[in-house]
Design a protein around this ligand. Structure first.
Ligand code: FAD
Length: 382
């Protein structure tokens, strides 16, 4: 089926859903509360699963243009000794870290090309199961489908009573892009993604383009770095051997406390919730955006095959929800390693680096899933 869709939120989830629906003949309007696309953060990991969705949407080239393929991923301990390393690249094991701005602009351009529209400065305050969207300024709109892709605090989700719980993970991330030096491309350290661990602190370095690298610093509640301005000296004390990164980190990065959510259901009547509104997770797997894009494409495919919106949404949730909840759980648990005793953390990280079976069932499970609507996935039943 096809019809009209009003979507709350012009982030990754709302735009991806908009593109996938508009490409299938839906009349789509995305409402973004801000006056422009909200370019939160810096770089974004897009794993194999997200890349396959972008291919299906015709946006792969636009998103990966200028980004470097990741060829190696490492984990290192406090003394810079290797905990484990794994190769990346090639069919089935791709990973890119483009700028978030590149991803969002590509999605917005894809939406426009497919005939969809973005309305800026338009906030949806609530929705009703019969497909009515209520705006913050008092307007209403009736549609065949309303989507709450309005982030972890989703007013659309909450207006329908779909939230079971929303919990803090008590962990904090500071993210920023730094300039790279040409010689960094020549060294293994400068050319690899690396997670550096010392106690409960983690520094992530990820080459993004020839000129820029993405850096994320994570710390736990109670650490003076958590929730505070960037403190170069504190991070240098924790990772003295990473002065070549730390000295280039500016103080105007973005900081976030991590949260995750669990829902009673992903839809009510003609309203669905998507992205962080439904699957928010601490970002230790780099999969929040990837899942959002997968669920967006899957939603559009299920509606295309269904005889009614309600039937399509029920089939969509039945196929995807358990898997998404598992990924949320894995991401949360990975982050909890920061609170574990050092010996346990090292044991777990070594096992995760060494065992393909463990990886496939945990930290790489999302990356290795064939997204619904892409050639390798089972077809959606009519
Ligand atoms: C530190 C950090 C690092 C991360 N790294 C990665 C990564 O490497 N890879 C990855 O895949 N994911 C990553 N994520 C997760 C990823 O950022 C999110 O999962 C993703 O942005 C969710 O997209 P969304 O569209 O659901 O929500 P959001 O990005 O929150 O977008 C929601 C949009 O809706 C708008 N909005 C909100 N309410 C309303 C309303 N009522 N009406 C209209 N508009 C509204 C907002 O202004 C916003 O533009 C990371 C997250 C964090 C915090």
């Amino acid at each position: 089926m096809k019809g009209t869709a009003e979507i709350a939120g012009g982030g990754i989830a709302g735009l991806a859903a908009g593109v996938a629906l508009a490409q299938r003949g839906w009349r789509v309007r995305v409402h973004e509360q801000d006056e422009a696309l909200r370019i939160l953060g810096a770089g974004i990991y897009i794993w194999e699963n997200g890349l396959k969705v972008l291919e299906a949407l015709g946006l792969y080239d636009a998103v990966t243009a200028g980004a470097l393929p990741v060829l190696r991923r490492e984990r290192r301990d406090r003394s810079n000794a290797l905990i484990g390393a794994e190769p990346f690249g090639g069919p089935g094991a791709r990973l890119y870290v483009p700028l978030r701005a590149t991803l969002l602009h590509a999605l917005a351009d894809g939406l426009a090309r497919a005939g969809g529209e973005i309305v800026f400065g338009s906030r949806i305050a609530s929705a009703e199961a019969n497909g009515v969207a209520r705006f913050a300024d008092g307007r209403t709109a009736q549609a065949d489908l309303v989507i709450g892709a309005d982030g972890v605090g989703s007013p659309v989700r909450d207006s329908l009573g779909l939230l079971k719980w929303r919990r803090p993970a008590d962990q904090y991330g500071y993210r920023i892009m730094i300039q790279r030096r040409p010689e960094e491309l020549m060294t293994q350290a400068g050319a690899s993604i690396c997670e550096h661990w010392n106690g409960s602190r983690r520094l992530l370095y990820a080459p993004a383009t020839a000129d820029l690298a993405y850096v994320q610093l994570t710390s736990v509640k109670g650490d003076a770095s958590a929730g505070a301005a960037y403190n170069r000296d504190a991070w240098l004390e924790t990772f003295p051997h990473l002065d070549w990164i730390i000295d280039r980190i500016p103080a105007d990065g973005r900081g976030d406390w991590f949260e995750w959510v669990r829902l009673h259901g992903w839809s009510k009547g003609a309203v669905a919730v998507l992205g962080d509104a439904a699957t928010a997770q601490p970002p230790f797997l780099g999969q929040g955006g990837g899942l959002a894009m997968m669920m967006a494409l899957s939603l559009a495919c299920h509606l295309e095959a269904a005889s009614s919106v309600e039937a399509g949404l029920a089939a969509w949730e039945a196929r995807e929800k358990r898997f998404c909840q598992w990924i949320q759980q894995v991401s949360y648990s990975y982050g909890r390693l920061a609170l574990a005793p050092e010996w346990y953390r090292m044991l777990a990280l070594k096992a995760l680096s060494a065992s393909d079976v463990l990886k496939r069932n945990t930290v790489r499970a999302a990356a290795m899933r064939e997204p619904t609507g892409t050639p390798g996935a089972p077809a959606v039943a009519q």
